[in-house]
Design a protein around this ligand. Structure first.
Ligand SMILES: Cc1ncc(C[n+]2csc(CCOP(=O)(O)OP(=O)(O)O)c2C)c(N)n1
Ligand SMILES: [Mg+2]
Length: 355
């Protein structure tokens, strides 16, 4: 039996389990992580609220998974690549996507896929696992060009059952591509629990087939995620090839705002995980024990981050209305007849609605 123990640096009670990282945990750095965690959680809750008010389209929440995304994205360098899924906007925001842009994406706007000019962030992959071969390809290109840039690619537990997962890992292994495969094992693929879609006991063990390092860690421990991702990226930059990281975590909410998790999950389990494992609570506990906590600072920080979110919502809502042609005109240079037919029908429908 392959054994991949779950690495944990900071437990649910805010205790540091290793002295290895102590010197790197200066107060400014810890507070920076905390601020980012609050920013993204506030974003997530606001997005759900906007969707419920009809001001945002269907939305995929990540609450519970903040440490896995923020910790790993903070380990990146400016010229690295980031390949997200539809649930990884905490990572893309941390790496530099603007909040307004991410809101625009969830309002179905193509502008929501455009990263800042100095960041290489792909649009979220909705088809499961397709982004893994893309990331491997980008990493191979960086290697062929002789740079020290790396790529990180995010994907869920369900994605590891797709062919693209295996193709991405195999190519990365063969070509020693500088890519970190960051799996967030939130233990569900929509309503399918992990034990019903794989017999493997862990996702990390899948690294063995490709002879690359596999790390299993507590994905709600932002320190473990940050420091282990950093090590993996350093290996990648030195030419030592890819790493598969399994960050074990849990999404508190629904798969998307169109889903009802009470149909397939025990809410008590979710509540228990929130009480005992939450990434933000455990960091707060650590900061209190380490003498880094200041109630007034925290209160002000919450207000500042909430204000950033409000400004971003204003930015999204001030955006000019979309052009309906955009729905049809960006896949082919010239629309094939099936798409043209759909477009004609849709415009006819709209004429009916608005006349
Ligand atoms: C190729 C493909 N098949 C099926 C779907 C429908 N689908 C959307 S999300 C999802 C579950 C993915 O689960 P996981 O990889 O664990 O990611 P999570 O949603 O938990 O973050 C599925 C099957 C899809 N988007 N793409
Ligand atoms: Mg999942």
């Amino acid at each position: 039996m392959l054994q991949f123990d779950k690495i944990c640096y900071l437990d649910g009670n805010g205790n540091l389990l290793t002295s290895e990282i102590k010197t790197e945990l200066d107060e400014g750095f810890v507070k920076k992580i905390y601020r980012q965690l609050i920013l993204v959680r506030t974003f997530d809750r606001k997005a759900i609220s906007l969707q419920r008010q009809g001001r945002l389209g269907t939305y995929a929440p990540f609450e519970g998974q903040e440490a896995a995304q923020v910790g790993s994205a903070m380990a990146l360098q400016k010229d690295d690549w980031l390949f997200p899924t539809y649930r990884d906007h905490a990572a893309t925001i941390t790496f530099g996507h603007s909040l307004t842009t991410v809101f625009l994406y969830w309002n179905g706007r193509i502008e929501g896929c455009i990263p800042p000019p100095d960041r290489k962030i792909f649009p979220p992959a909705v088809p499961i696992a397709t982004q893994l071969p893309h990331a491997t390809g980008a990493a191979m290109a960086e290697k062929f060009k002789g740079t020290s840039n790396a790529a990180i690619v995010y994907f869920g537990d369900g994605a590891t059952s797709e062919g693209d997962f295996h193709e991405g890992l195999n190519f990365a292994s063969v070509f020693k591509a500088p890519v970190v495969f960051l799996n967030q094992n939130n233990q569900y693929a929509i309503s399918v629990p992990i034990e019903r879609q794989m017999n493997s006991k862990t996702i990390a063990q899948k690294s063995v087939a490709y002879d690359i390092p596999g790390i299993r860690l507590d994905g709600n421990d932002v320190f473990a995620v940050y420091f282990e991702t950093k090590k993996a990226l350093e290996r990648a930059r030195k030419g030592e090839g890819p790493t598969l990281i399994e960050a074990v975590t849990w999404r508190y909410g629904a798969h998307t705002t169109a889903d009802d998790p009470s149909k397939y999950r025990d809410q008590l389990k979710s509540d228990f995980i929130r009480d005992t494992e939450d990434p933000i609570l455990r960091l707060e506990k650590y900061m209190k024990k380490a003498g880094m906590w200041d109630e007034q600072w925290s209160q002000q920080l919450h207000e500042e981050e909430a204000e950033k979110i409000e400004q971003a919502v204003k930015g999204m809502e001030a955006f000019p209305l979309p052009d309906t042609n955009d729905l049809f005109d960006h896949v082919f240079e010239e629309n094939p007849w099936v798409i043209q037919d759909q477009k004609d029908q849709y415009f006819e429908f709209l004429r009916g609605v608005y006349t």
